[in-house]
Design a protein around this ligand. Structure first.
Ligand code: FE2
Length: 236
């Protein structure tokens, strides 16, 4: 276990070298056990388990690509657990006021947001989708003037250059909706906003099937597999 943790710490520091996707060392590291959590007096954390999804029957989306994408999601879950485990060990060892600890803490935001956003994304997929929910249609039409205008605007957002996400958020302060571009996973999420429609436009989400220039075709295919009833249920 100690060797694994040393490897995990070294891997977490690799972010400085621009490594954004989970390193193989981290992916190989053992999941943190519930027992170890309970023995610690440093802090308690949730040991997450990856959610499961069925990718059968999605129209126009390659199942193998989705399963590879799901494997990346499981990597985020593993890394969230490992980062918390490493932080707890460092706290117990009196190493919390170090640059190494700071880098793990920083890395946790990336991994955690990556985990959660993928759950919103995979969680709204359904074979051949569902009819557009009238409550949702009414909500976006109130802001963009029509359903078609919202689709055009979220698509425009998703077509922005770079790796990240196009997200329709609900703002609990204004009770309004806004489309946002999120860089990586953790940069640009407005505090307190609630994700409603979450679209992954990292290249791993589409290049295998649609090619490097295929983002638009991927977005159009994905829209044919959205469970709008589930999306609408995310509205307060
Ligand atoms: Fe992704």
């Amino acid at each position: 276990m100690k060797t694994n943790r040393r490897e995990a710490i070294a891997s977490l520091f690799a972010i400085g070298a621009g490594v954004l996707v989970a390193s193989s060392d981290l992916l190989k590291a053992e999941a943190q056990s519930a027992n170890t959590q309970n023995k610690s007096s440093a802090f308690k954390f949730t040991n997450y388990t990856a959610l499961t999804y069925n990718f059968d029957g999605l129209k126009g989306l390659d199942k193998d690509m989705l399963e590879q994408h799901y494997s990346l999601y499981k990597g985020y879950v593993n890394n969230v657990n490992k980062a918390q485990s490493v932080m707890m060990e460092m706290l117990e060892a009196g190493k919390a006021d170090t640059t190494e600890f700071s880098e793990v803490r920083r890395r946790l935001g990336f991994e955690y947001a990556g985990m959660r956003l993928h759950e919103y994304y995979f969680g709204m997929l359904k074979p051949e989708g569902s009819p557009v929910d009238e409550k949702f249609k009414k909500a976006v039409s109130a802001v963009w003037g029509s359903w078609e205008n919202w689709v055009a605007d979220i698509t425009r957002t998703a077509m922005m250059r770079g790796i990240g996400w196009a997200i329709l958020y609900y703002d609990p302060v204004t009770k309004g909706l806004q489309n946002f571009w999120i860089s990586d996973h953790e940069n640009g999420n407005p505090p307190g906003f609630m994700p409603i429609f979450v679209l992954d436009v990292w290249e791993h989400a589409y290049v295998k099937q649609f090619g490097a220039g295929g983002r638009k075709a991927y977005i159009e295919a994905l829209f044919k597999n959205v469970d709008w009833t589930k999306v609408a249920q995310r509205l307060p």
